[in-house]
Write a protein that binds this ligand. Structure first.
Ligand code: HEM
Length: 389
């Protein structure tokens, strides 16, 4: 495929919704009533520590009765949330090592169909977990983990940032086409638009402080976004998915590192990270729907934006390109502050929630946070053009 023939709809992306699932379903057909019920009542069942007994009564429902993509996405969201509640309801000391068949089999099979992993992920809790509250495009979650309004806001601020990004998917394709056809004027225009999008994403991220308490994020919500497996995990070997595998399976938890937004920008502008970090970010792509993963890969393969800018004599083009990267660097610096407040400071409190001790200090995706995020910011800086680049 040449850049000129790239169409957003081929990648389940559109200018209005970006990577968000347009018009997500709120409930599944009656046959899946038990999933609807457990997902709708998840918070109270977790708080009453009753989710396990409810799941243990449930039959294995036939995932083949899910008819279309929107049903599959909602089923994944519901099964992720119910499974996460099942696993983490009693803290990290009471974790079951086996996920029962009634969750494991449909969750695994639905994941295969969408192309994502059977674990709670960004495409669940953000991309298809939203509904409009009013014509001003205020959003609310369809399904929620414990944490009340703060949890709702955490997901919806992130969703709002996905909406902010939406027009950039088209600007990126147009910028690639402009570089291909050596149309400097069009390239500058698209770079300016992309920069505006990144600045707006940062503005939206600022709302996190106003609306989400760090204590509630860290103590109440974060454990339910965790994965399983690896050093320090209550399940070092992972979790057994009954009816799927007798061997435990390891999974990274939900993280906005699974958002396609920043990975798309990196791909468009040729930002490459240090090997182990790139490996982690590639792993995060396995938590993105197939079509979105393909979108990033295609952008990465097709984009010659930076090559064109480097060889151009046009100073205003170079300046515009650098301003986009500077906006990304600034976004990443701001995100570092957010992570420091919501994870690092919270994990150092004497009063932190000790029920989930094994999950402290690492990112929900399983990284050692600050050096990891600083390295990502540094590799963005290295792609600025000028001074010999
Ligand atoms: C309270 C809010 C947030 C916290 C505590 C947080 C935390 C983290 C952590 C710990 C990581 C490291 C990867 C991991 O181990 O999971 C990460 C990475 C990342 N986060 Fe966030 N995050 C927050 C909000 C957001 C939002 C709203 C976005 C919007 C898209 C975002 C985008 C990213 C991206 C793209 C990465 C990968 C690193 C990069 O490309 O710069 N984060 N985040």
């Amino acid at each position: 495929m040449i850049a000129a023939s790239m169409k957003l709809e081929d990648f389940y992306v559109c200018e209005e919704f970006g990577f968000m699932l347009p018009d997500p379903l709120c409930t599944l057909p009656d046959y899946f009533g038990q999933w609807n019920y457990l997902a709708e009542n998840l918070t109270s069942l977790i708080l009453q520590k009753r989710i396990r007994e409810e799941v243990d009564k449930m039959p294995v429902l036939d995932h083949n009765k899910l008819k279309d993509y929107r049903q599959l996405r909602l089923a994944h969201l519901q099964l992720s949330m119910i499974s996460s509640g099942y696993i983490w309801q009693d803290g990290d000391k009471g974790v079951p090592k086996v996920l029962p068949e009634c969750l494991a089999v449909p969750w695994y099979k639905v994941s295969e169909k969408i192309g994502i992993k059977p674990v709670v992920c960004h495409p669940d809790i953000v991309l298809c977990n939203w509904t409009l509250l009013d014509p001003q495009k205020n959003l609310r979650c369809l399904y929620a983990f414990p944490g009340g309004m703060d949890t709702n806001w955490f997901c919806m601020v992130t969703a709002r940032m996905e909406f902010d990004f939406a027009p950039a998917a088209k600007y990126i394709i147009d910028a690639i086409k402009a570089a291909d056809t050596e149309d400097t004027k069009a390239l500058i225009q698209n770079l300016i638009s992309i920069r505006q999008v990144i600045l707006q994403m940062k503005e939206t991220l600022k709302n996190m402080h106003e609306l989400v308490s760090a204590e509630i994020f860290y103590d109440t919500l974060r454990p339910f976004l965790s994965g399983w497996g690896g050093e320090g995990s209550p399940y070092p070997e992972g979790l057994i998915y009954e009816g799927i595998s007798e061997e435990p399976i390891q999974m990274s938890g939900g993280s906005a590192a699974q958002s396609s937004t920043l990975q798309c920008l990196d791909a468009a502008f040729g930002v490459q990270h240090e090997t182990s970090i790139q490996k982690f970010l590639l792993k995060m792509r396995d938590h993105m729907p197939n079509a979105h993963k393909k979108f990033i890969e295609t952008i990465s393969e097709k984009s010659n934006i930076r090559t064109y800018v480097v060889k151009s004599d046009d100073e205003s083009l170079k300046q515009c390109f650098n301003q986009v990267l500077e906006a990304m660097i600034d976004f990443r610096s701001y995100h570092l502050q957010v992570v420091t407040k919501y994870v690092v400071v919270m994990s150092n409190r004497q009063t932190r929630n000790q029920e989930y001790e094994s999950l402290s200090k690492k990112g929900t995706g399983g990284t050692s946070l600050l050096p990891f995020l600083k390295s990502i910011r540094q590799s963005t800086t290295e792609k600025l053009v000028g001074q010999g680049n």
